[in-house]
Design a protein around this ligand. Structure first.
Ligand SMILES: [Zn+2]
Length: 154
C-alpha cells in the first residue's frame, strides 16, 4: 500500500514538473518573440495540459480504488494456510480475494460434518484466521461454514 501511495505522489510530481516546464517555456517564448498574443495561447495550452494530466491522474487514482484480487504470491500463501488446516474440515470452495485501497479481503467457504458443534466450527475458523492474519496484514477474512449435506449448499 505504501508503494501505491508513492506511485500517486510520483504522478502528482510528474504533473507539477510538466506544468512548470510548459509555463517556463511559454514565458520564455513570449519574452524572446515579444509576441504578447502568445501569452493567452500559452495559458490555454497550460490549462489543457493540466486538464489532461489531471484526467490521467484521476483515472489512475480510480484504478487504485477499484477492487482487484490479491497478488498471485499472496493468494498462494492464503491457499497454503488453508491447506495447513486441511484435516479440520471436509473441503474448501469459493475462495475469493479482493484488494480495495488499503484493505484486503479474503473470502471462502468450508464444509464441515453436519453434526459438528457451532463451538467447534467457530474454533476452526478462529485458528485459520489467526494463521492467515500472520501472513497477510490489514486483511478482513470471512469464512462461511456449511454442513456436509446436499441441502443448503451455497
Ligand atoms: Zn459454499
Amino acid at each position: 500500500m505504501e508503494e501505491d501511495s508513492q506511485a500517486l505522489a510520483a504522478d502528482a510530481l510528474h504533473l507539477k514538473t510538466d506544468v512548470y516546464t510548459s509555463l517556463g517555456f511559454g514565458v520564455l517564448l513570449v519574452k524572446i518573440t515579444g509576441f504578447y498574443i502568445l501569452d493567452p495561447i500559452v495559458a490555454i495550452m497550460v490549462a489543457l495540459l493540466i486538464i489532461k494530466e489531471a484526467w490521467h491522474l484521476t483515472t489512475g487514482a480510480f484504478n487504485f480504488l477499484i477492487d482487484v484480487k490479491l497478488s498471485d504470491e499472496e493468494e498462494a500463501q492464503v491457499i497454503e494456510v488453508i491447506e495447513a488446516h486441511r484435516e479440520s474440515f471436509i473441503e474448501c470452495h469459493k475462495l475469493k480475494t479482493r484488494k480495495a485501497g488499503n484493505s484486503k479481503h479474503i473470502d471462502f467457504h468450508i464444509t464441515v460434518p453436519e453434526e459438528m458443534s457451532v463451538g467447534e466450527a467457530h474454533c476452526i475458523i478462529g485458528m485459520i484466521k489467526k494463521d492467515m492474519n500472520e501472513i497477510v496484514q490489514n486483511t478482513r477474512i470471512s469464512i462461511h461454514i456449511e454442513p456436509n449435506s446436499d441441502v443448503m449448499v451455497g
